[in-house]
Each structure stands twice: as C-alpha cells, then as structure tokens.
Design a protein around this ligand. Sequence first.
Ligand code: AMP
Ligand code: MN
Ligand code: MN
Ligand code: MN
Length: 289
Amino acid sequence: MHTPFHADLHCHSTFSDGTLSPAALAQRAAQRGVTLWALTDHDAIDGVPQAQAAARAAGMDFLTGVEISVSYASTTVHIVGLGFDASNAALQQGLQSLRNNRGPRAQEMGRQLAAAGIAHAYEGALQYVGNPALISRTHFARYLVEAGICKDTHEVFRHYLVEGKPGYITQRWATLQEAVGWITAAHGVAVIAHPACYDWNAMQEYAFFSSFQACGGQAIEVVTGSHASHEFAHYADLARTLGFAISRGSDFHCPQESKIDLGGLPPDPRGLTGVWELLADRIVPAHPR
Ligand code: AMP
Ligand code: MN
Ligand code: MN
Ligand code: MN
C-alpha cells in the first residue's frame, strides 16, 4: 500500500522539555500518519540515536534534528538543524556550551522567583527534568502549575517567565553565525523555527532573514504548530520571495500542553521546495531501498 508523504520535523522529548521518550514519540508519530520524522530537542542531540532506532522500528524515514537557542539583536530566536552528522565534534561541543549555561540560569531563576514570593521553584522544576543537563523554563512552568500558582503553563509564562517578569533571566545563547555554522559544517540544513513567534516589524524581520541567509541558512518553517493558520500563507510568500526552502513540524511537547499533536498539521502551501528535497541523501530510510 502506498502511504502519502507526511513530514513532522519538529518535536521535543524528555531529553529537553518534552514529556515523552524518543521511542514513545516515534510510535505516536507513526500512528498518526507521519512518514518522515525528526526529533528536535533544545540544545541537545543525545536522544537522536534512540529516535533513529525507533523511527526505523515504526517504519518512518528519519532526519537528525536539533533546535538551537540563539541570541540575536537582544532577543532569543530558535534555529532548527536537520540532516546533520550527529557525530560532528564542533556541533556537539557547541551544544554542550549552551547546556552548561542552563544550570546557573535556572538557579538564578529560582532565586528571583523566591524573591517574588515563590519558594523552592528551582528544586520543584528539577523534579520535572528528564535530562539533568537540560533544565528549561518549561520545567519551571510545570512545577508552578503543580504548586497551584497558575492554572496552566501559558499563564506561568505570561506572569513569570517572559521578559520583564520576575523569573526571566537574560541569557547569552549562541550567535546566529555559530548556530548556522555548526549545522552546516556538519552537513545539515539550518531552518528558522516558527518565524511568526518573534516580536519584529517587517524591517527587522527582513534584516534577520537576510543575516540568516548570509550565514548559510536555507529554510524556514511555514506550517508549524507554533503558528496560527493565518500565518502560513505569509511565510510561504516570504519563502518564495527570498528563496528559502520550507520545513514543517508540530513542535509537539506534551499531550496535555500541545495544541497540535504529532502528524496533526495541514498540508504545505503548493509550489515550494521542501527542506527534505535539499536533504534527500541525508534521510535515513525506514526500509532499505
Ligand atoms: P528555555 O529554552 O528554557 O528558554 O525555554 C523555552 C521553551 O519554553 C520553549 O521551547 C517553549 O517550549 C516554552 N515556552 C516559551 N514561551 C511559552 C509560552 N508563552 N507558553 C508556553 N510555553 C512556552
Ligand atoms: Mn520547548
Ligand atoms: Mn522554539
Ligand atoms: Mn520547539
């Protein structure tokens, strides 16, 4: 039987701020009709070997993946890498350096939240961490919901964890050039994650897209669980105008938190090049061809 092509190239496991293992994600994706899959944990590729084995067992084609935290013009942006060689030493060391800063940042978040009247948030967040090297704001959000301080994680972010709020720490992540350089030097393709999620005007957005392209970035996410559906067409037009390939992914983290499940996205706008076409020879096939 012929299965229609369905890519989901953005999601998170317990190796970062997701709540499912790579194997559980792979099974869930395959059950929901995904045929080409990538796991893209924040600043970590330790889950990739498990993901690759589980993708094969579930009958899906696979691309290596990661979502890198980048500091750009006083804001944080996310760059997804796909199809890279996961054994590349410079990529591994670069990601390690980002993870190293997360522990001290989380402790400082705990101190600031304590000063704002919320005790033991760091210890609480640690209980939700699947990978001790990767504590994120999401783990704090889950703890603050459990502690009854907010009704859901979105409310925690709004009140505590975004710029200008008590639990927010300004962090120096990778530069754009570093992140794109690590990915491309490891033979992968760099992708701007959820471009609609940054607080930019059209000029600022254009400047960012141009810098990304100048660094060697080749693709942007268009259909993603982190975009509202009315944003798909705008980023499809931008991809067409600026000559980017497109990527797509649910950005799934957790059955209770994520509004789009694995495999739950609508089809791409027509007439654009998929990032999987650029990466055709980097796809790990589910079945020998
Ligand atoms: P961090 O890398 O520690 O700064 O955490 C970033 C993560 O927090 C993102 O990848 C999302 O999973 C989550 N996040 C960011 N903003 C929000 C929000 N407004 N509501 C829910 N989750 C969010
Ligand atoms: Mn996340
Ligand atoms: Mn992101
Ligand atoms: Mn993500």
